[in-house]
Design a protein around this ligand. Sequence first.
Ligand SMILES: Nc1ncnc2c1ncn2[C@@H]1O[C@H](COP(=O)(O)OP(=O)(O)OP(=O)(O)O)[C@@H](O)[C@H]1O
Ligand code: SF4
Ligand SMILES: [Mg+2]
Length: 332
Amino acid sequence: MQDEPLLEVRDLHVWFGLRRWGFGHAGVVRAVDGVSFTLRPGEAAAVVGESGSGKSTLAKAILGLNRPAKGQVIFEGKPLDSLKPREMRWYRSQLGYVQQDPYGALPPFMSVRRILGEPLVINKVGSKPEREQRIREALEEVKLTPVEDFLPKFPHMLSGGQQQRVVIARSTIMQPRLLVADEPVSMLDASVRVEILELLQKQQEAHNLLLIYITHDLSTARHFVQRILVMYAAKIVEQASVEQLLDNPLHPYTRALIAAIPEPDPENAATFKDVPPGEPPSLLHPPTGCRFHPRCPAFMKGICDVKEPPDFEPQVGHLVACWLYERGQVES
Ligand SMILES: Nc1ncnc2c1ncn2[C@@H]1O[C@H](COP(=O)(O)OP(=O)(O)OP(=O)(O)O)[C@@H](O)[C@H]1O
Ligand code: SF4
Ligand SMILES: [Mg+2]
């Protein structure tokens, strides 16, 4: 693995202004509010968080689809906001995107051959026979074989799992260096989820992709990523290697998430009493201080509700935004 970061997200803020019917603003949803992290080529990282925590907004900002209010996305040392239109097209060619809903991701009136061929045509890759060869290889990689059977099919002729395989083939056919997979299996039958995740993992390893896997499910993330970023109410509250995070979770929210993972062994099963009651806060009016304070079992009055915790690093590479670690102590 190289040492230079491929992707840097620096103090990123993405806000949405809400319009009131009639006049003026009804407020600002701060969907991503000061997020920073660095990832290297070939790394697989998961962004884990509850619904509405800002995961897709973060993904879209990385893909250049959401404009940040503040902060930067930096790819290979180049800030996205400094790219000229031609460079932006280059950046897009370095990206793959697998979205949550395969059913809406594929154009209904295009055959699989055309769907996979389109990025190659747009980017003027190879001659016609070379493109055909590449399309066939891409289908083989995602195990849609015999290839001849799938090339002429239209999306509605495929199952959800097959459609997601086509989406994965399309998102990797340009050999991108960064693949963002936003809840890639949440709309699929449980029976095909593992296969699709294994396929993503294979693609990531085979092409040395930087993979950002977005999910609300920590239990699937831990099987194929090296790093986990935990998102709560528009902020990353903890980031660490999988081992550090699972063996020694530091943030009370991460501890609650881990406690909520169903245990196959009923003897060790965590119960929902371990999860703090309550809902994630509104991003229109987030709580003062630490956003988790209304639900936190370790809440310290006068500190947690007043000052927002910065990132502390009580162990090398293990960052946590929580006042418990202000003096660097690590509780186990
Ligand atoms: N275009 C938009 N305009 C206004 N608010 C938005 C917009 N997109 C997202 N939001 C709000 O931003 C917040 C974060 O949304 P986002 O879709 O990023 O969350 P998420 O973590 O991906 O959730 P889920 O797990 O349900 O997909 C939510 O409160 C959402 O309503
Ligand atoms: S800063 Fe305070 S409220 Fe927030 S997670 Fe840490 S202990 Fe809990
Ligand atoms: Mg989402």
